[in-house]
Design a protein. Sequence first.
Length: 205
Amino acid sequence: MATVASQSSPRSARRREELLASIVDLFLDEGFLEFGIGDLATRLRCSRSTLYVVAASKEQIVLAALRHFFRNAAARIEEKVANEPDLGARLSVYLRAVAEELAPAEPAFYRDLAAYVPGREIYAENIRYASDRVGRLVADAVEAGQMRPVAADFVGSAVSAVMASIQSGDVRQRTGMDDAEAYAALADLVLEGLKAEDGDRREHR
């Protein structure tokens, strides 16, 4: 097994981040299961030893890239949510931002993600987080009178079920939508269903 280079220096850390970004872009375009270390080195125009700056094996490189993608996507999504002062609009911002982050991924990426158990688990973990996040956003908006009174936990669970169906490929198979399109449609459905009536708004003035 190759030895991973030390990540103690800022230069090494920066190089690792650059490599991860390039690997993520490649995986989003073409998937990841068919790439070996040699293939990755060729496509990224680097040596095998350079790739081992990221991780010690192909499997660990894949997992590092997937975590990098979802972690950075989550950070960008939360930044957009934090920049929206309207509590009633934050759920829309959140779900649409999820769709935007998934939009660059091609079918090959989703196919490999569904076929690769560790990758599927990472995706499922993010779905669980998203479910909880949706519940909190709904609860905040209801309390502020920006959405009609609903059980926030139920909305989160319902959204989670749809997300799981998107992840499994069932929505794509039934509708032809890719994941990004499905999340955008989910945003429309949830937001229209939770729209506050005028009376709800007046009660919170």
